[in-house]
Ligand binder design. Structure first.
Ligand SMILES: Cc1ncc(COP(=O)(O)O)c(C=O)c1O
Length: 702
């Protein structure tokens, strides 16, 4: 199987041209079109076909392939259906090698070995997995080797020599070189520096052929790229063409396009001689000890890692080193701590007497992150990361935001330090959090409304990663939660640990050196919870309880309770719990609070769940509203809807504890931003919790 792939490159070379690799997403524009398009590719004369396995969150892809993924999934495409299509193509006479290209989560979900086995049975020749880091790729590649299939590594202009050596060592048929830093997409012009890129790779790749992709769309591009690379990959242009072609014409369109690329290559032959699968010529299994050295482990038990497109690796590594140096540098901490007066730290810790009385159990204490400048804990991380960005010499900042609190905090930090700032926000959240959108703009930052997918935090995060990969030199991405690839979960938790460190000291001072019995925080991605919990991690007498968004109930499809009902997967660069369907597609989520509306969760929380060190519960939208009401009316504090989940969970926990025990609830933010949302949803949930604020109850519409 992999030998067939190698042979295609040999054949093209003998014909004096570059091998042509064409891409189509399985199931796009319709499931029925796929085999016709594959046949069209073969009839046109391509050398290798890449078949995209659709994924809900394709962070390395530009608009054309994003749309193709979304459409294919809407059409009901699944991994098993991809295998059926390959079988059908083979049965109808397709002999050109087929490579499956996709993201890792559907493979993890299917089971790696089962996936490879089923691919072999269907007639697949190999794989490209966009977000597989080398240390995991080695295992996967060895699994492919068992079945005679090929693993094709991706390399990017930013790939370091050390990594090139590893990735070239993994390649057993060809390497896929990404021509530019950015996402897939047809562009009018070919990237510059291709010759230099190919010759740098060749220093490590030896005789392994290199195919160049990203941004190639014309015969001129094919000829220019093919003058230095052994193969040329074309994707987005084809997606556009077949998408525009009328039904019944899509196979013919694919054929015609391929012919237009290859035309004029006189020696070109469409003959494909099936060759014996001589596995002995495969590269042997390779050692599975490809590990990079890290100061802080990227893993929390089995969770964490860096599951990112190769192009992102260099800047993550740059950020990791900047963070490693900063935490060792007293001057960094002095500067950060000097800004605590600007933030309003330390935030207070005090008893909540009436809430305690209401619960009738443990004494409840509140850690008041809502009192911070900008109204939430997000500012702790935003300010610290701006200082890191300055150390890195970056002049532009991007961030994602859900509730808008991280966006406001980032825009604030950028205003203070004179950095250009762009905030990505799902279009639905732009609507829900209009007040914060305006605050961000007042602060001089730009808000980019993300219209793809579910139009919420997850899409904003994907779009921020896409933007970052195209603008690495000038831009730092301030991730707002303890999520994403290493070093973000460790970095964000470190900067948010000020919450738990302060709370611990404050509580001890007020309680003769004692520790609380429990700490409670809401969980979106995990920044306020890991910040509150981590200083107590080794104090085993202290229970750590995270409260997730139960939305309409965890038995419904409308919630964001990732740790409570999610399964292990890989999402936004990290292995963690993920809300996903049976096919490994990431679920839509729902919560009344935009800041908890996320289908992944920080890997450290995932590890604490697995080890049992922390426990997690879910509060429904209505229960969160009750928490909102209780804190407002018993303590005179209007909390953010996110924090209201923790208030509800904390009160329920207090009820089960004795009066001589103590719990601290982290009030992660204030609720001004949510007043409009509460007014909108109270008519729906009010009855459930006995709360109606309408002026004219006899005429509920008024
Ligand atoms: C006030 C507040 N609390 C909590 C969260 C959830 O995020 P995390 O889990 O990272 O603390 C958000 C997110 O926007 C928020 O605005």
């Amino acid at each position: 199987m992999s030998v067939q792939l190698r042979q295609q490159f040999v054949k093209a070379k003998s014909e004096g041209r570059a091998a042509l690799v064409t891409f189509i997403t399985a199931g796009y524009p319709t499931i029925e079109d796929t085999v016709d398009i594959i046949k069209g590719f073969q009839d046109g004369g391509v050398d290798v076909i890449e078949l995209g396995v659709p994924f809900s969150d394709p962070i390395a892809d530009g608009p054309a392939i994003q749309v193709a993924n979304t459409k294919a999934l809407e059409n009901g495409m699944t991994v098993d259906k991809v295998f059926e299509l390959v079988k059908k193509a083979r049965a109808s006479g397709v002999t050109v090698p087929i490579i499956l290209m996709g993201y890792y989560n559907p493979i993890v979900n299917y089971g790696e070995v089962e996936f490879i086995k089923a691919s072999k049975e269907a007639g697949v020749n190999g794989f490209i997995v966009v977000d597989l880091p080398p240390e995991v790729a080695v295992q996967f590649r060895n699994g492919c080797y068992e079945y005679g299939l090929s693993y094709v590594p991706l390399v990017a202009p930013s790939t370091t020599d050390e990594r090139l050596e590893v990735l070239c060592g993994i390649a057993d048929s060809f390497l896929y070189a990404v021509s530019r830093m950015g996402t897939t997409g047809a562009t009018g012009t070919l990237s510059t520096g291709i010759d230099a890129l190919i010759s740098r790779i060749q220093k490590f790749s030896g005789s392994t052929p290199i195919a160049l992709g990203f941004g190639i769309s014309t015969r001129e591009h094919y000829l220019a790229a093919g003058s230095s690379a052994d193969g040329v990959v074309i994707g987005s242009k084809i997606i556009g063409l077949v998408g525009d072609a009328p039904a019944g014409q899509r196979g013919a369109t694919a054929k015609k396009y391929v012919e237009s690329i290859l035309k004029g290559d006189g020696t070109f032959s469409k003959e494909i001689t099936p060759i014996a699968d001589d596995e002995s010529s495969n590269k042997k299994k390779i050692a599975e000890d490809v590990q990079e050295v890290h100061k802080f482990s990227p893993m929390f038990g089995q969770f964490g890692g860096q599951y990112v497109p190769e192009a992102l690796h260099k800047c993550l590594s740059e950020l990791e080193h900047a963070f490693d140096d900063a935490v060792e540098d007293p001057a960094f901490w002095d500067e950060l701590k000097s800004l605590y007066t600007y933030i309003g730290r330390p935030s207070s810790l005090h008893e909540a007497a009436r809430l305690t009385e209401y619960a009738g159990g443990a004494k409840i204490w509140l850690k008041r992150e809502d009192l911070n400048h900008t109204g939430s804990h997000k500012i702790n991380n935003a300010i610290a990361q701006v200082l890191l960005a300055k150390r890195l010499g970056k002049t532009k900042i991007i961030a994602e935001t859900g509730a808008g609190q991280h966006g406001v905090a980032t825009a604030t930090a950028c205003a203070k330090f004179g950095l250009e700032c762009k905030i990505f926000m799902g279009a639905e959240d732009v609507r829900r959090q209009a007040l914060n959108v305006f605050r961000i703009r007042i602060l001089g930052a730009e808000v980019v409304a993300v219209e793809n997918g579910t139009k919420t935090l997850r899409d904003a995060t994907s779009e921020a990663f896409r933007y970052w990969v195209s603008n690495l030199d000038s831009t730092h991405y301030i991730v707002g939660s303890a999520i994403g690839p290493h070093p973000y979960p460790t970095l964000v938790r470190t900067f948010q640990s000020t919450i738990g460190n302060e709370a611990k000291e404050q509580f001890k001072q007020l309680n003769d050196g004692k520790l609380p019995d429990a700490v409670v925080a809401c969980v979106g991605g995990g920044s306020n919870s890991t910040g509150m919990f981590s200083p107590f991690e080794h104090d085993l007498s202290v229970k750590m309880v995270g409260v997730e968004a139960g939305g309409s109930g965890i038995d419904s499809d409308h919630h964001s309770a990732t740790l409570t009902v999610g399964r292990v997967g890989v999402f936004h660069g990290v292995k963690t719990f993920v809300l996903q369907d049976d096919d490994g597609q990431v679920h839509d989520t729902h919560s009344v609070s935009a800041g908890l509306d996320y289908p992944g969760v920080g890997p450290e929380l995932a590890a604490w769940k697995e080890s049992g060190r922390a426990s997690f519960v879910a509060a429904t939208d209505a229960q969160a509203l009750l928490g909102f009401k209780l804190l407002s009316q018993l303590e005179g504090i209007i909390p953010a809807l996110e924090s209201s989940h923790a208030v509800y969970g904390g009160v329920e926990l207090a009820k089960t504890m004795s009066k001589d025990q103590n719990i601290i609830i982290n009030v992660s933010g204030r609720g001004d931003k949510d007043v409009q949302t509460v007014a909108e949803v109270l008519p729906k949930f009010g009855e459930e919790i006995g709360w109606d604020l309408r002026f004219n109850k006899d005429h509920p519409d008024k």
